[in-house]
Design a protein. Structure first.
Length: 220
């Protein structure tokens, strides 16, 4: 595959709804070829999100943490400080419309990242096993959505995450004890910036794309 070029938007810490609107805007722009493939990297304030697999009435918040219903697949998850969230806006028309390869690619980039920090991670085959696992515990979740073969939503890697928030829900329909983070595995706080740089680099390698890094979302 020829090396492509695109953007990496490093947004620091931003509100969930703000970044959701940015994703939707980018999907439309990518579909009309006004922007290249883009990876958003961001850290969110505390928020629970609920995918399409959880029908019915959803409360507006739990323990003062807001809840947002969204269009990705999957059920409940948590985002918050210390967690690296990535939203790839990729045109799968140029990648043979292969959703399975897209999800596998995200998993591979995260597995390579964790390896750099001395953590042996793996993917587990199965429809309900998307994400990255370490000794039977889930360290990264994936919840993608696709519109006109443009991807959005994405992945969440638990770096220095406060795992107590997962105990308020059933993340991905599983017991909260299933979840883990890099800090817990390594018995100490991890350099968040280094993790972000590693994810950026490994995403480029796996998806064969050179991503120009910027902190300015106004380029869209």
């Amino acid at each position: 595959m020829d090396m492509k070029t695109g953007n990496c938007l490093d947004l620091g810490r931003r509100g969930y709804n703000e970044v959701l609107e940015l994703q939707r805007k980018l999907v439309n722009l990518r579909a009309s070829n006004q922007v290249p493939d883009t990876l958003i990297l961001v850290e969110h304030p505390h928020v629970f999100t609920v995918g399409k697999a959880s029908p019915g009435e959803i409360p507006s918040e739990i323990s003062n943490v807001p809840i947002v219903r969204i269009e990705r697949g999957g059920q409940w998850t948590y985002h918050g400080p210390g967690q690296l969230v990535g939203y790839p806006i990729l045109d799968l028309n140029a990648r043979e419309r292969d959703v399975h390869a897209f999800v596998n690619g995200i998993e591979e980039a995260l597995i390579l990242t964790l390896k750099e920090f001395g953590i042996k991670a793996e993917r587990i085959e199965g429809r309900d096993k998307a994400g990255v696992w370490v000794e039977g515990k889930k360290i990264a979740s994936i919840g993608a959505a696709i519109r006109s073969w443009i991807t959005f939503h994405g992945f969440a890697l638990n770096v220095n995450t406060d795992m107590e928030y997962f105990a308020m829900i059933e993340p991905c329909g599983m017991p909260s004890s299933t979840m883990t983070c890099m800090k817990a595995i390594l018995n100490g706080k991890v350099d968040f910036v280094q993790v972000k740089e590693s994810v950026h680099r490994n995403f480029e390698q796996v998806f064969q794309i050179e991503l120009k890094r910027t902190v300015d979302a106004q380029i869209v």
